[in-house]
Design a protein around this ligand. Structure first.
Ligand code: ZN
Length: 260
């Protein structure tokens, strides 16, 4: 059965190019998106609300103009394999879900969806063939309305320059950017120098770093006890320091590139 403008095999190919491989969830998702689209009145300017992070957002992006990046798709991760396409002005739309009561005829799909057997025992060819033959019959559908608060676009508002990192950020986040408030999803290797024209760094196993100078502080955090640096920048590393570093789970340290 076709998926929108594509044959099943064409969609499988597109899925592989876009998603890395033709994931079963994406193939099922293709039918779900097309089912929802087919129930919206012709010419509806619609947006998408997806209840799973896995695969389904990619099906929406492949088959509609909605993406997370353009703001026309929202992912509200409820962990349910369901999506809603709705009129962006009225919120009226259609919710399509993969329905566990409709899987009895399709043992491979049921086994995959409900995780009834380990992945290595799955018969992928059979699974994909079942998905192709089942098409949108696996889905249940209902009319819904998406309230205004889920349709509203987040306004960025005024832009500030963060006094700590110097980068631009939405001023309503506070006096410094959220990254500098402790939400940055990474740790800097060296807080004191600009990496672009700083020295070349290389990571070496802890055991090879004895006698070299530490480039940055390394801190062991024991809740409610200490977060003083164990090693301070510029300190020459002793064998004892390196044991301590290994004990706190650090197995490599950074040295300047020309340090032997
Ligand atoms: Zn900042």
């Amino acid at each position: 059965m076709n998926i929108g403008p594509y044959t099943f095999d064409e969609f499988k190919q597109k899925a592989a190019e876009f998603h890395g491989y033709a994931a079963p969830g994406l193939l099922v998702g293709g039918y779900m998106v097309e089912l929802a689209k087919s129930r919206l009145p012709q010419g509806t300017l619609f947006e998408a609300l997806v209840e799973s992070q896995k695969c389904l957002p990619d099906a929406v992006q492949l088959l509609t103009l909605c993406s997370v990046g353009n703001g026309w798709m929202k992912v509200v991760n409820l962990g349910r394999y369901a999506l809603t396409l709705y009129d962006k002005f009225t919120g009226l739309g259609v919710r399509v879900a993969l329905d566990p009561t409709k899987l009895e005829m399709w043992p491979e799909i049921k086994g995959w969806y409900l995780k009834l057997k380990p992945k290595k025992e799955q018969d992928t060819d059979r699974l994909v063939d079942e998905i192709r033959r089942a098409g949108p019959s696996l889905c249940s559908m209902e009319e819904v309305v998406v309230p205004e608060r889920f349709r509203r676009k987040a306004q960025m508002g005024a832009i500030g320059l963060c006094p700590v990192c110097g980068e631009a950020y939405p001023a309503h986040d506070g006096g410094v950017c959220r990254g500098c408030q402790g939400e940055a999803p990474y740790e800097r290797l060296d807080q004191r120098q600009d990496m672009t024209d700083g020295p070349r760094l290389r990571a070496v196993p802890v055991g090879q770093a004895v006698g070299h100078k530490a480039l940055h502080d390394m801190t062991r955090i024991v809740p409610a006890e200490t977060k003083d640096p164990l090693v301070q920048a510029g300190q020459t590393l002793s064998p004892g320091d390196l044991c301590e570093l290994q004990r706190m789970g650090r197995f490599e340290v950074y040295l300047e590139g020309d340090a032997a």
